[in-house]
Design a protein around this ligand. Structure first.
Ligand code: AHM
Ligand code: MG
Length: 331
């Protein structure tokens, strides 16, 4: 019997994330609750980061001014703060044996060798937008480890490939803070209620529109794009599409997921692999795209089918409404 989706669980909009996680877990006959706890840890770190971001205009985010916080740490830029918060939440939670972060060259061993999971993440994506008060996000990807429990995690735990993700998602710090994730059975969105301190189910069973009229791309790099991308951009202009580009992947992806659209970060002559990182930017968003009925391609095939070779490798990304992705790659 396959696990039930939120739809089948008949959970109404308005239930808390905790209740939702508990109800979903109970539909997996052999679930031990570890993945559930891991998702709660991520949500907790997200709440803390949301709080820090909301204070960004009031505190020194340039860092390095010698001040210390209550933990005795130097105050630093928010992307470093987010990294520290996530690592701490995942270490304390105990379910994760190792973490790969955009902020660190090598994997971080949490000391919880009994943990069954590894997490790849970009703790604060689009961080160049922080100091101008524009939406930013956290992106995460979860795998069940392939190395034996009670020993150290290794490279191969992280290089399993996108299809092996057991869960993935993002937290959008926008006009409100939202957690969107999937454990493979549908995609659900939770909006953070500051007054309650809870994520509340607000976007149940998100379904990506198969068509859209929004394209999101940095047109400043147009001259360096492959001709199929240039052709597609011309098609969008000729057909009255709207250009919307925040330069914050989570925000651009989220808007297109709800409204229908495509996000493109192509290869360029200068950067043949594009800019985005496969393991903690492209894979998790490709997972959410596919689980909601959309698509993600690197221009040659599904992003989730790319065989990973290194932690921080890059990949072009065309993600969003299914028929738009199909069209761009054959334009
Ligand atoms: P980052 O991980 O250094 O923040 O870079 C990723 C960001 C994405 O959020 C965004 O879509 C893209 O870089 C914007 O890049 P560009 O300024 O080249 O358009
Ligand atoms: Mg990033």
């Amino acid at each position: 019997m396959s696990p039930k989706t939120a739809q089948e669980l008949a959970l109404p909009v308005g239930v808390t994330l905790d209740r939702f996680i508990m109800a979903s877990q109970s539909s997996y006959p052999y679930a031990t609750g570890e993945l559930s706890q891991l998702l709660r840890d991520i949500a907790l770190a997200g709440k803390i980061i949301s709080r820090e971001i909301n204070r960004a205009g009031l505190v020194d985010i340039a860092g390095g001014n010698g001040t210390e916080n209550v933990q005795g740490e130097n105050q630093q830029k928010l992307d470093i703060v987010a990294n520290i918060r996530f690592i701490r939440a995942l270490k304390n939670g105990g379910e994760v044996c190792a973490i790969l972060s955009e902020e660190d060259e090598d994997i971080i061993h949490t000391g919880n060798d009994h943990g069954k999971y590894v997490v790849a993440m970009d703790p604060l994506d689009g961080s160049s937008n922080i100091d101008v008060n524009v939406s930013i996000g956290t992106i995460f990807s979860i795998y069940r480890r392939v190395t034996p429990v009670n020993g150290p995690a290794s490279t191969k735990d992280f290089l399993q490939g996108g299809r092996k993700q057991v869960a993935a998602g993002y937290i959008l710090y926008g006009s409100s803070t939202m957690l969107v994730y999937s454990t493979g059975e549908g995609v659900n969105g939770f909006t953070y209620d500051h007054s309650l301190g809870e994520f509340i189910l607000s976007h149940k069973h998100i379904s990506s529109p198969s068509e859209g009229k929004i394209y999101s791309v940095n047109e400043g790099h147009y001259n360096g794009y492959p001709s199929f991308v240039q052709n597609y951009i011309t098609f969008c202009k000729d057909n009255g599409y709207s250009a919307r580009y925040i330069g914050s992947l989570v925000g651009d992806f989220h808007r297109n997921l709800l409204k229908g659209g495509i996000y493109l970060y192509p290869s360029t002559v200068k950067d043949p692999k594009g800019k985005l990182r496969l393991l903690y930017e492209c894979y998790p968003l490709a997972f959410i795209a596919e689980k909601s009925g959309g698509k993600a391609s690197d221009g040659f095939g599904p992003v989730l089918d790319i065989i990973p070779t290194s932690f921080h490798q890059r990949s072009p990304l065309y993600v969003g409404s299914g028929s738009m992705v199909d069209q761009v790659v054959k334009a």
